[in-house]
Design a protein around this ligand. Sequence first.
Ligand code: NAG
Ligand code: NAG
Ligand code: NAG
Ligand code: NAG
Ligand code: NAG
Ligand code: NAG
Ligand code: NAG
Ligand code: NAG
Ligand code: NAG
Ligand code: NAG
Length: 550
Amino acid sequence: MFSLKRAIYLASILAIPATCAPSSHSKNASYVSTLPKNSQILFRESMDWLDGFYDPAAGYLFDESSATALRHETRSSAWYAVGLLARNEHDDVKNALQIITNVIEGQYKETKDQWYGDYQKEPEEPTVGTAAYPENIYNSWDPNWRGFISTCFIVGLEEFGHLITPEVTSLMEKSLYNATRGDEYRVGGVDDDNLYPAYTNPSLMRAFVSGWTGRRLNDSNMTISGENYATAVIDLFNRANTLSEFNSGTYTGVSLYALILWAKYLPDDSVMKHNGARMIQCTWEAVAQLWHPQLKNVAGPWDRSYGFDMNRYLSLLALHLWNVIGKEKSSIIPKTAAMSHVADWAYGPQFAILSAFHSTLIPAAVVEKLNNFQGEHTFTSSAFSPPFDIYPRNITAWLAPNVSIGAETFNETTIGGPAINPGTFNPAIIQWNTGDEVGYITWYATEHALTAVASPNSLNLTYPYGTAKSIFSIIVGTFKKTRDVSSWDDVQGLSVKVSGNVNMTFLLGFAGENGGAYSTINDFEFWNFTYTMPTGFVGTPNLVFDVELK
Ligand SMILES: *[C@@H]1O[C@H](CO)[C@@H](O)[C@H](O)[C@H]1NC(C)=O
Ligand SMILES: *[C@@H]1O[C@H](CO)[C@@H](O)[C@H](O)[C@H]1NC(C)=O
Ligand SMILES: *[C@@H]1O[C@H](CO)[C@@H](O)[C@H](O)[C@H]1NC(C)=O
Ligand SMILES: *[C@@H]1O[C@H](CO)[C@@H](O)[C@H](O)[C@H]1NC(C)=O
Ligand SMILES: *[C@@H]1O[C@H](CO)[C@@H](O)[C@H](O)[C@H]1NC(C)=O
Ligand SMILES: *[C@@H]1O[C@H](CO)[C@@H](O)[C@H](O)[C@H]1NC(C)=O
Ligand SMILES: *[C@@H]1O[C@H](CO)[C@@H](O)[C@H](O)[C@H]1NC(C)=O
Ligand SMILES: *[C@@H]1O[C@H](CO)[C@@H](O)[C@H](O)[C@H]1NC(C)=O
Ligand SMILES: *[C@@H]1O[C@H](CO)[C@@H](O)[C@H](O)[C@H]1NC(C)=O
Ligand SMILES: *[C@@H]1O[C@H](CO)[C@@H](O)[C@H](O)[C@H]1NC(C)=O
């Protein structure tokens, strides 16, 4: 739908009069103006925001999460460079090449190091592996940044290779070669690494970069290595046509991005080319069942999430939705920069660049379901993340007007999902429209196994390995109309009935940014309702929520 409001808005962000007279720099604007309409808006808005962080003196972006005393940030700088190549106005190309050169200069070059071929996180940091700055995976260095940055170099070379000088092209090829070699050091379970094929988003990127770079540099071992790794990921996917890292506002977005690269940039002799489009389609079909257009959230369960309401944190899946159904229907709010996890907006230019191709792989029936709530329905599926899952996780979800419940049953070797992070693992969650915003009731992981089933108006949680010492900690959002919560009756917009074999006298505390008994999770404040088991309890701990919109 092209409204007048949007036309004026578009004109204002393109800085051209509403009459659409050609601008003085329309010559190079041609690439961006060929993008689909929604993607042009995503591209322009994300680039305008990123421009505000660009530090020409350094040839890097300042860290866009702010609060970093003007340190710079490598990954978003690389992503921005691709946006600059696409925009190609004034000094954009020159700046892009400068950023790329800087990022590669900061790439680790010692083959003996576990972080070989990875990119430094910020140019200010000391050398990883020195006494002052010891190697600490996912902290002083992040193994996934090889994939995040090298995939973006490939997008740059594929789409805008004609703008990149031969010197920088050759540098990028060398950088890709080293990043691929270093990524080969990664073996799940060895040296604190966790890259198993089930760790979907970096696995998809690894396979792609290796397959692409091997072909580009005529290194058939590298090509085969990528193809083999891809095959392991595909085998896992084919079990139930689901990504192992299932239903994550952020990481489903990365996985779709990587699968687009599989489908777009690899030749017919690649298993990635063969399977990428189908995997994208199946993934969107699951998203279409779980996306609640009225709540603007995907229903649970979420394997990894950076918040409890997608309208309040910026998710990468929402950036794809922006391309497909437009910003207003996605969970991105108009004042985007105010959202939590906003640094991921730096992915906007690349998602916009890839969106025309991506759109060809999303079925029309899916787009319809993303646009308009299809009515009450249930969804069942399963996902599998070996070696953490002892058996596949069974997924159930129920969506009805203004409410959703999603859950998964699992038995894992860790508490908090394969990422061992209870703050991001949300295997059982209820969301609803409180009348003011989206409310949430979510189980906080304290057990390695849970039987969790969502059904109409009900969420049933059981601990197969629970004991008298087990607890059920339930995280509940804050409410505009009830600042001081003391019981379930205070929950806004939803009547909540609790039953089961727990001691019904719960502990209740607040997790606030500025006070309270507990700490916020991913910036979200919440109430913590915790149930214990009755003294001398014997049996299987169980807690059931029966809910109804008020
Ligand atoms: C167009 O792009 C070229 C580089 O490709 C650049 O030299 C030139 O300044 C750009 N023109 C404008 C008006 O931005
Ligand atoms: C790639 O790694 C080699 C060591 O194997 C190093 O000499 C070279 O400088 C690295 N290249 C880049 C672009 O970082
Ligand atoms: C790879 O092989 C092709 C075809 O034989 C050749 O044109 C190309 O220059 C080679 N590239 C490299 C980096 O060796
Ligand atoms: C590929 O691997 C084989 C066996 O390890 C080795 O002999 C060969 O030199 C490798 N080729 C390249 C291009 O690295
Ligand atoms: C998962 O669901 C399948 C199909 O309904 C069922 O056969 C299996 O027993 C379930 N597994 C668990 C662990 O609940
Ligand atoms: C659940 O996982 C544990 C290991 O975490 C394992 O010992 C146990 O056998 C598993 N139970 C089932 C039913 O698979
Ligand atoms: C859903 O929420 C909207 C907005 O608050 C409201 O207008 C509508 O009546 C609600 N529908 C149901 C079924 O509760
Ligand atoms: C909840 O699930 C447990 C375990 O599957 C089951 O025994 C119990 O009957 C269920 N309770 C309700 C109210 O459905
Ligand atoms: C919730 O409260 C319980 C009981 O006080 C506490 O042990 C637990 O750490 C709290 N959890 C969170 C996530 O705040
Ligand atoms: C339930 O918890 C309350 C508060 O801690 C306690 O006073 C009571 O004895 C407990 N009841 C049982 C049966 O454990």
